[in-house]
Structures are given as structure tokens and as C-alpha cells.
Design a protein around this ligand. Structure first.
Ligand code: PMP
Length: 420
């Protein structure tokens, strides 16, 4: 593409875009953990479509199933009609994911993306309880439509709505990650304080690891306490696993190791495994109060996504995949700790769980500089946090050790070039 053609992005595309500015090239091809631009330059992908490509780009098994389905003129669009692809996905999801984890949920197809599953969860919680308010947490991210934005704890994102967003209470997460959990004590007092006529909320919505908010990891005890508060007050607990789910933290659901059972779970991003938009909402069977048509949409449940998602579930048939992720997660955390120690100029704080990890830099701009420098050296990496102070390592979870190490080298070279 010539420079003039490149200008198309500058002159005709709306300023809403931002990734083009962070990664200034035109990509043409991708496989596994690698991407190539139109000049043939190779990049290692530690971004994974913001968590939509946990199995990497163009996974050969998923691709083969999709090609076979298309070649056999499989149904592409079916709205709510039953199709074999949809049936196979529901059965596999139940057999491979829910049953072995002793989870009993109904599956709903809320629309194509993460924000759709959050919208459906909020609607369902309000419909079931007949209550309005939803409690969410500072720096949580739940989507860009009005409902999901109203529970997103980030002022600059909320501004995009153009109006004040109502009926949500955002609680500080200060102690989300630390020992003294004042937030939850405050929450309990707030709920107990009948004197001030506080309305009991319909739901609480939380990420177990805040992906956009800075890789803030909720302690397992914190999550268990949150669950017990929800139970005590009849508040529905919604876990937004859109980014942390589908293996990103080392288990299929990010909440498994905490030993909690949410009432509602939101999944999307890597669920199709192939970058095809797909989302599901899981909820306790007794919460199924929907009447037909109350939450519909033209693109609920895409058949191509059913096909690739079903193929991707094969990875979860035994625990070898989880073990691999955990091994690579340890390698990655060890590497980050080493970097933080070796380069004190970073004033780095290592954060994360599974392959959802990063370093928060003491000087905020440094994280963006590391990501920009890494990009010139052939590594794609995002920043996160309210001030973009965290450089975030999000490789495909099935990356091999060689790929990980290549990425680590580029990160170290980038840090070194900036701080020395
Ligand atoms: N929830 C979480 C935790 C997310 O990270 C995101 C997207 N980054 C969303 C919801 C919204 O998903 P989508 O962009 O697919 O609408």
C-alpha cells in the first residue's frame, strides 16, 4: 500500500479508532502467534486481539472444521432456528466444560460480542429481582453500550455516552488486591444501613482480573467474601469473564480456582477461538424468566462461530491444556519479576494470573514507550490501566516456549534501550 493509500486511514476513518495509531502498519497475514505486515515484516503477537485469539491466529484444526462446514454449504445465518452446528456446540459446551466442573447453567446467545452478554446479564438480573441498581468496581471494564458502560468504572470511557449514566454504584477496588479489604466492609455496612433507605441492588458485576483496568487481580478470599455478601442479600453475582475466561488465567473460567459459583457468567472474545464474533451468557436455570423475544437480535449465535467454538472445546477434553498454560504462565511471571528486579528504573510492579500479566511502571508514560519500542522491534503488545501505566503481555495461550522467549527478548531489549 502506498503512502497515499495509507492516508485513507487518516482522512476517511473516524477518529474513534486508536489501535491503528498504536500499531502503525497494515497487516496482511497471521498464523499462530505471528503476524505479518504488507512489507513482509514479521511480528510476535502478545496482544491476541485483546484476548479474542487465545488459540492464536488461524488454528489449523479450527480452520479445517470451518472450511469443511463451508464446503458442505452449512447454514450460515439461522437466527433462532435450530441447526446442527448450534446443537453440537450446546452439547459439547455442556459435556466438556460445564459437567466436569459440576456447573449447572442455561446457555443463552445474547448477540455477537462481549457487550451483548453484559447487557443481557444486567437485564436478566433486573428482571429476576425487580430491582434496579447494580454495583460495579473502579477500573472495571464491561463494554461500550449504555448498559455495560454504566457499570464500567472508567470516567474517560463513560464520557463517551454523552449523558450521566445512572442506576449503578461504583465501589472502590483499592483493596481488591490487598489484604485489608475495606471495600467489602464498607459494602456490608452500606447494605445493612436500612436507616438511610439504601436500595438493595439487583446484582454486582466484577472481573476476577481487570483486563482493561490494569491487570488488577482479585484475591480469591476477596471473591469468596463478595459471593457470600451476594448470597446473604439475595444479590446476583455476575462474573464478567469476557477477557479473563476461555483459558486466559490458566483454567477455562477465571473463577474456578477461587471456588465460587457465580449466578451469571459472561463469555465472549476467545469463545469462537477463531476471531469470529461470539458471546454466551450462562445463568442459573431457576433464573430463566425470559419470555420469547425479550432479548433477541439478528446475529445471535453465528453458525461459523458454533463450528469453530465446538472444535476449540476439544482442547479442554483433558487437563493437559491447562497444565501447559500454567507452565508458560510461570515462565512469563518469572521473566517479568526478573525484568522488574534488573531494571529498577522501571519502578515496576508485576501483576497478573495465568497468561494475563504485565508490569505497572512507576512512571506512567514508560509503559507506552516500552510497547512502542517493542513494536518497532517486532512485538505487538498493548498497554492497560487508567493511565496506560501497565504494559500487558497477552500471548496466545497455546504459544510455544520458543515464541514466548522471542517475545521476552524483545521486551528486555526495549526496556534496556529506554532506561539505560
Ligand atoms: N467485558 C470485558 C471484561 C472486556 O474486556 C470487554 C472488551 N475488552 C468487554 C466486556 C466488551 O466486549 P466487546 O468489546 O466484545 O463488546
Amino acid at each position: 500500500m502506498s503512502q497515499t493509500d495509507m492516508n485513507i486511514f487518516e482522512t476517511l476513518e473516524s477518529e474513534v479508532r486508536s489501535y491503528c495509531r498504536s500499531f502503525p502498519t497494515v497487516f496482511t497475514k497471521a498464523k499462530g502467534y505471528k503476524m505479518w505486515d504488507e512489507d513482509g515484516k514479521e511480528y510476535i503477537d502478545f496482544f491476541s486481539g485483546a484476548g479474542a485469539l487465545n488459540y492464536g491466529h488461524n488454528d489449523p484444526k479450527l480452520k479445517a472444521k470451518l472450511i469443511e462446514y463451508i464446503q458442505n454449504d452449512g447454514i450460515t445465518h439461522s437466527l433462532d432456528k435450530a441447526t446442527t452446528a448450534k446443537g453440537a456446540f450446546i452439547k459439547s459446551f455442556n459435556d466438556v466444560i460445564l459437567k466436569p466442573r459440576k456447573l449447572d447453567y442455561k446457555i443463552m446467545f445474547p448477540g455477537p460480542t462481549g457487550t451483548n452478554t453484559v447487557e443481557s446479564a444486567l437485564k436478566l438480573a433486573r428482571k429476576v429481582t425487580g430491582r434496579t441498581d447494580v454495583i460495579s468496581f473502579t477500573n472495571g471494564f464491561h463494554g461500550m453500550t449504555i448498559g455495560s458502560l454504566s457499570v464500567t468504572g472508567n470516567a474517560s470511557k463513560r464520557k463517551g455516552a454523552g449523558i450521566p449514566l445512572q442506576n449503578t454504584v461504583t465501589m472502590p477496588y483499592d483493596n481488591f488486591v490487598n489484604e485489608d479489604s475495606n471495600t467489602l466492609q464498607y459494602l456490608e455496612r452500606f447494605l445493612e444501613d436500612n436507616g438511610s433507605g439504601v436500595d438493595i441492588p439487583a446484582a454486582m458485576i466484577v472481573e476476577t482480573v481487570q483486563g482493561e483496568g490494569g491487570i488488577n487481580v482479585a484475591r480469591f478470599e476477596w471473591l469468596r467474601k463478595l459471593e457470600s455478601i451476594c448470597k446473604r442479600w439475595g444479590i446476583l453475582l455476575i462474573i464478567d469473564d469476557v477477557q479473563a475466561g476461555v483459558g486466559r488465567t490458566g483454567t477455562f473460567f477465571s473463577f474456578e480456582e477461587a471456588g465460587i459459583t457465580p449466578d451469571i457468567v459472561c463469555l465472549s472474545k476467545s469463545l469462537s477461538g477463531y476471531g469470529v464474533p461470539f458471546a454466551i451468557t450462562l445463568f442459573r436455570p431457576d433464573l430463566d424468566v425470559w419470555s420469547p423475544g425479550e432479548h433477541n437480535g439478528t446475529f445471535r449465535g453465528n453458525n461459523h462461530a458454533f463450528v469453530t467454538a465446538t472444535a476449540a472445546l476439544d482442547y479442554w477434553k483433558d487437563d493437559s491444556f491447562e497444565k501447559e498454560i500454567k507452565k508458560k504462565s510461570k515462565m512469563t511471571l518469572d521473566f517479568l519479576k526478573e525484568i522488574a528486579d534488573k531494571y529498577p528504573e522501571l519502578k515496576g510492579e508485576v501483576r497478573g494470573r495465568g497468561l494475563m500479566v504485565g508490569i505497572a511502571c512507576g512512571e506512567e508514560e514508560l509503559a507506552s514507550k516500552v510497547a512502542a519500542e517493542a513494536f518497532t522491534r517486532g512485538l505487538i503488545m498493548e498497554t492497560s490501566g487508567p493511565k496506560d501505566e501497565v504494559f500487558k503481555l497477552f500471548p496466545p495461550v497455546n504459544i510455544d516456549e520458543e515464541g514466548l522467549k522471542k517475545g521476552f527478548e524483545i521486551i528486555e531489549e526495549s526496556v534496556k534501550s529506554l532506561v539505560k
